[in-house]
Design a protein around this ligand. Sequence first.
Ligand code: GLN
Length: 554
Amino acid sequence: MTTKYIFVTGGVASSLGKGIIAASLAKLLQARGLRVTIQKFDPYINIDPGTLNPYEHGECYVTEDGAETDLDLGHYERFLGIHTSKANNVTTGKIYHTVITKEREGAYLGKTVQIVPHITDEIKRRMLLLGKSGDYDVIITEVGGTVGDMESQPFVEAMRQLQWELPEDDFLSIHLTLIPYLKAAKELKTKPTQHSVQELQALGVHPDIIVCRTEKELSPELRHKIALFCNVKPGHVIQSIDAWSIYQVPLNMEEERLDQMVVDKLGIPDLPAPDLTALKNFLTKLKNPERSVDIALVGKYVELQDAYKSIQESFVHAGVANECEVRVHTVHAEHVSKENVGELLGGMNGILVAPGFGERGLEGKICAVQYARENKIPFFGICLGMQMAVVEFARNVLGYEDAASTEVSPQTSHPVIALMESQKSTTIKGGTMRLGAYRCSLVPGTLAHSIYGQEEILERHRHRYEFNNAYMEEMTGRGLVVSGTNPDTGLVEIIEIPSHPFFIATQFHPEYKSTPESPHPLFVSFVGAAIERAKVSRRRQDRRPAFPGGFHGL
Ligand code: GLN
């Protein structure tokens, strides 16, 4: 079988969930035995989202090979259980960078370098690249942005060309749109979809399938009308109704027969029905938790729900593994102070201090760590969260009042977190952090070792600063345990405090590797510890007299 290319574009509005639709289709095709991967083409000019503030674009996801990518790649990995790579996320910036570098090298000598054909040729080369590896039967390409945007036009133009250059059986185009419901008129409206498809067709791309995001069921008449006005086969208009969980979407798409339409159009014969048993079991447990816990996520980008996407999803997976609903309460690090920390975090069964950059909210994070440590609330720190746990320990256990990370206090007399040697000469910001998967050896007998149940692990990184090993002896002498280090460099990867019921922090980002079918062991154990904590708090409450002041007043 030749490699098949499926393109997913979006219309009418952004944030319709193209990534989830692409990932759901990929899941169905994978569950039918095909080897599938997904790539995202983003229209912005940044080379990658690594230099973007999460407020601009949500979380920056990191792949095993160290690419800083769009958060949709996180969905792809979680839905498919595969690893994506640098090649799976392409931006306009990357395309232009390649073409301009080649121009300077003289690759186009004598020619005027133009959007068509030079930019579009480079886009097409990248669109087909993963297919050339022979590792995949199907490549799904999600084109970021909304059709009609000036920025995404070269991508749509490249699709248009491929539509004719690839054999007819190897190309398929899906357009995702929105069908708004007008409450006052009590009607679903198809006009924006008609306009969006017209726009796509004006660019020369003909959608094979239209997927309609909707709050309400689309009637057969409405589907027929859309097919008629948008010039697609009757039956090739399907709905994607608001789902209670993103992991339900593959099942909804199966019900709409999306995968069958796709394999028919691509001429892939004789596939078994999708085996979705594991996903169905996961959803049954997600829907019917036996218990619940409250966990605080202390971070500085909490206003934006996508800023900590992988952490939020890891809690969903770990919740299911514990048959527990994890209620994640985002707490703005900037709002946490010594005065209010008890009020904000006292009712929590676990506290997670999130990754981040820069000074804003740091003191609040340190307060949160201290509160968790002193009150024996299960604690989990990730990246900057680990760094602040080290600072807190240095300040409040070792008594170094001005202990800090040199990221924000270069002059501190106790730089317990400091720039890695290899980073000192780096002046360029993009793509120069310690990125991607590194090995970590676990120390037998530690909490980390018992959680992972293995000697060596591979976890993903995204940071410049590190535990300063000059303080190792002093800290371990006072009860901190370094339970994981990089075997090649000796860099500290995991710390824990054994005198605490559950206090663990990692320099790496475990959240990037959690999936529904393979929940991350650190998150699973953290939720487990929170469940224990919740039991203790409940018992304590039960023992309290029913009338808080006793019966003295009677
Ligand atoms: N800002 C810190 C560093 O660069 C932590 C980064 C993070 O939390 N991802 O080391």
